[in-house]
Design a protein around this ligand. Structure first.
Ligand SMILES: [Fe+2]
Length: 173
């Protein structure tokens, strides 16, 4: 089953490369635009998490907290699915493919796994805070939120500064 999924993803990436050879600007722009959309969504999520962390313990808007709790894991998961199933295969099949690029993409994928696990923990903790604020240690929650969004911001900044330029140049090679 896993092999079938990997083959399907690989086939999708190859067809995107083939399409990119015919119409490089359109295909590459579409992947770049989708990446930009996900990066912006996650940067915005980081700002919302920082605002919650800064408002702990007494000034947190619980409606906002509930909204963030509901959206954090799906947002992170959607961005990672796009990068791992579309973006990374496109880069691996591009003229930029190298040992160094493969190592970088492997590292980014490992960070995705850590962030998804962390996002689930934060989701549960935010739900707990909304239900019963006094049952949650605000310092621990603040520490957890900052650990997550600071790490995620570094990951996003790397992708914006080092991965996005590769993508925008794929069609020009
Ligand atoms: Fe990523």
């Amino acid at each position: 089953m896993i092999i079938e999924i990997e083959m399907a993803i690989r086939s999708k990436a190859v067809s995107m490369i083939q399409s990119a050879e015919n119409e490089p600007a359109v295909e590459t722009l579409s992947v770049a635009a989708t990446l930009k959309h996900h990066l912006n969504s996650l940067f915005s999520l980081c700002c919302r998490l920082e605002h919650i962390a800064d408002s702990l313990p007494n000034n947190v808007d619980r409606q906002e907290c509930l909204f963030v709790a509901r959206s954090i894991h799906p947002l992170v998961r959607r961005a990672h699915d796009f990068e791992e199933e579309v973006l990374f295969p496109v880069l691996r099949e591009s003229a930029f493919d190298s040992d160094s690029l493969r190592e970088t993409l492997d590292r980014l994928q490992c960070e995705h796994w850590e962030d998804e696990s962390f996002a689930e923990e934060i989701q549960q903790e935010l739900y707990r805070f909304v239900r019963e604020p006094k049952a949650v240690n605000p310092e621990s929650l603040g520490y957890m939120l900052r650990g997550f969004f600071e790490g995620l911001r570094r990951h996003l900044a790397f992708e914006r500064e080092h991965v996005m330029p590769l993508l925008t140049n794929v069609g020009s090679r």
